[in-house]
Write a protein that binds this ligand. Structure first.
Ligand SMILES: Nc1ncnc2c1ncn2[C@@H]1O[C@H](COP(=O)(O)OP(=O)(O)OP(=O)(O)O)[C@@H](O)[C@H]1O
Ligand SMILES: [Mg+2]
Length: 609
């Protein structure tokens, strides 16, 4: 539209300019015609003036009347010359002019002769010459010719005037048209601009509304996502509690059933209850193992990290694994050179590797190759950020098998507690969750790489030990020679939970110790004041009023160097910081068996002696 309007206006401008120039030309031609006419009239007047002068002189004899006959003669020729140049473009007028010149010349010559005769005194001859019909004819010819030329110019004047008028009118029409067109175009442009502004405003409003809709949708989606997350969380908790309840019920069924059988036997006076007691104990031990794995997953098991030479550990453990996996599975250990010391609880590390090896065995269906590899590793910032681990130096242990591998879906869920693909009774789904919890609690990192039908690699990254001087102390663990105690060894048991206290007291008495007991820190401190000969304080950590740690601190004021042994089932307490045991602290995790209690008490007493 704009292009069309522009071209149209340019065309109008060109035509108008042409018309203006053309019209000016026409006007000039009209003026030219008038000038030619004026020149012709003047030429006529000049010849008639010469004629009158000659006639006056001849009839009066007054020479004053002939003041300048030669001048009149020359003036006529000048005029005729001007007319000639003015009409040179018009052949008709040029031809007519030649006639005018001839008759003018002949008439002027006769007038000159008449004047000369008068001067010579022959008045009659002069008069005769003046009225000679030939001369009169020449004069008539001159008049007719000049009148003809004027008539021709008159005709041209009419034609040219009309042409000038026409072009003026055309110019007027064209400029009116141009004005109208310009106005029309301007109006069209304004209306166009207005319409596009309207369209822009409409588009903007539409965009705004789409934006608002999008925002509402995003908010809606966020709410929906939150609900889905909540649902997933509830589902995970459901899976977890369901798994725990299921496994615990099985174990409780074993314990309760066997205890019932024992009761019946005892009621009927029989004492052959040993197999039932053993079965009940085994069920309880399995329940204890289950809680231990759960605590490991929730990163709440108390860990005792030590400097560990991972290569040495792996060599020792591969012997155990060889026995566990059987002869059809090949075990290869690839020990990295110059491996740094790791800071990790060695017992839990062993159990994690064992879990991975058992998974590998199950995946290989009894035949294949298990590779345990160690290496130093550096986790860079980008990897660390993407995997929620601190960047830095780690000791890496990779356990690789040639088994069935895992689909990405299984990899995603493998660390979930109670997630298992194994048939009921063959897997609890707690193995990898235990590994995960333990590694995370150790501030390490664990990652699964797996190809279905090719095998899997699980890589564990343990933080590098920073203290230079730390020596591996794991070999120096004293093995208690005997579990029994002596009557002169007095153990003070402090525990707010009656049943646990009762069991500990009776078990220690059974082992031969003299036992004092208290249900709170306050009562214990009173007894400590009264009995300064106490050899060991065995205390719970989490108790109302005063905790085990505070009790131990005050007890040491009364009896310096008193050995203290803590017991607890929970890692978030006064002795365990961030899941790590304070160094030099003796610790017995609950639940414990009589043997475990005896061994630990013996170990602490022997170490103090
Ligand atoms: N090396 C492996 N190769 C193939 N699949 C594996 C491997 N390790 C783990 N998985 C898969 O991950 C699941 C979870 O493993 P996890 O060790 O947590 O439980 P589980 O072995 O099934 O039971 P549990 O270890 O308690 O006896 C397994 O059931 C299995 O499907
Ligand atoms: Mg497993």
């Amino acid at each position: 539209m704009a292009l069309f309007a522009g071209a149209f206006l340019i065309l109008f401008a060109v035509v108008t300019t042409w018309l203006v120039i053309n019209s000016a030309g026409r006007v000039r031609w009209v003026e030219h015609t008038l000038e030619v006419e004026r020149e012709i009239s003047e030429a006529q007047a000049t010849l008639y003036a010469a004629e009158s002068a000659a006639r006056g002189y001849i009839s009066t004899g007054n020479p004053g009347l002939l003041s300048n006959p030669v001048g009149a003669d020359r003036a006529l020729w000048v005029k005729l010359g001007e007319i000639s140049s003015l009409t040179s473009d018009n052949p008709r007028q040029s031809a007519a002019l030649r006639g005018v010149e001839q008759s003018a010349a002949a008439r002027l010559a006769m007038l000159a002769r008449a004047v000369a005769l008068k001067r010579a005194g022959s008045d009659a001859a002069a008069q005769k010459q003046l009225t000679d019909p030939l001369g009169i004819r020449q004069e008539n010819l001159f008049r007719e010719a000049t009148d003809g030329m004027r008539a021709e110019e008159n005709r041209l004047y009419v034609v040219r005037l009309k042409q000038a008028e026409d072009s003026r009118r055309a110019l007027l029409v064209l400029s009116t048209l141009t004005g109208v067109a310009t106005l029309a175009f301007t109006l069209a442009w304004i209306s166009n601009a207005w319409r596009s502004t309207q369209a822009l405003q409409a588009a903007y409003a539409e965009l705004m509304s789409a934006n608002t809709q999008l925002k509402t949708e995003i908010e809606g989606r966020a709410v929906a996502e939150g609900q889905i997350r909540q649902l997933q969380k509830m589902e995970a908790i459901g899976q977890l509690t369901g798994g725990i309840a299921h496994d615990f019920n099985n174990m409780l069924a074993v314990i309760i059933g066997n205890l019932n059988l024992m009761q019946r036997k005892l009621a009927s006076g029989r004492s052959d209850i040993e197999p039932y007691a053993a079965a009940a104990l085994e069920g309880a031990a399995r329940a204890a193992a289950l809680t231990a794995r759960l605590l490991a997953f929730s990163r709440q098991q108390p860990l005792a990290p030590q400097p560990v030479d991972v290569n040495k550990r792996m060599v020792r453990q591969s012997e155990i694994l060889r026995r566990l996996l059987g002869e059809t599975i090949m075990i290869e250990t690839v020990q990295g050179a110059g491996i740094w010391r790791a800071e990790v609880d060695p017992v839990e590390l062993e159990s994690a590797i064992l879990n991975l090896a058992v998974n590998a065995r199950d995946a290989m269906g009894g035949e294949g190759k298990l590779t345990i590899e160690t290496a130093n590793a550096h986790l860079d910032e980008a990897y660390a950020r993407a995997n929620g681990v601190a960047a830095g130096q780690y000791v890496m242990i990779a356990v690789t098998d040639t088994g069935s591998g895992m689909t990405p879906d299984v990899v995603d869920r493998a660390f979930d507690p109670f997630f298992t693909t194994k048939p009921a009774g063959q897997g609890t789904g707690l193995g990898l969750s235990q590994v995960y919890g333990f590694v995370r609690q150790t501030h390490g990192h664990v990652k699964i790489y797996s190809e279905p039908n090719h095998g899997s690699t699980v890589k564990i990254y343990l933080p590098r030990l920073v203290a230079e001087h730390a020596a591996e102390s794991e070999e120096s663990k004293p093995v208690p020679a005997r579990l029994v105690g002596k009557p002169e060894e007095i153990v003070m048991v402090v525990e707010d939970e009656d049943r646990v206290r009762q069991f500990a007291v009776e078990a220690l008495r059974e082992l031969g110790y003299t036992v004092l007991h208290a249900h709170s820190a306050r009562a214990a401190l009173d007894k400590l004041q009264a009995e300064p000969g106490i050899s060991l304080l065995l205390t719970d950590i989490v108790m109302p009023e005063k905790n085990g740690r505070q009790l131990a601190d005050e007890a040491l004021q009364i009896i310096p160097n008193l050995p203290v042994l803590y017991m607890t089932g929970f890692s978030r307490n006064a002795v365990v910081n961030n899941g790590m045991l304070d160094s030099g602290v003796n610790f017995l995790p609950k639940p414990f068996t009589l043997d475990q209690l005896g061994a630990k008490v013996r170990e602490v007493l022997d170490a103090a002696a």
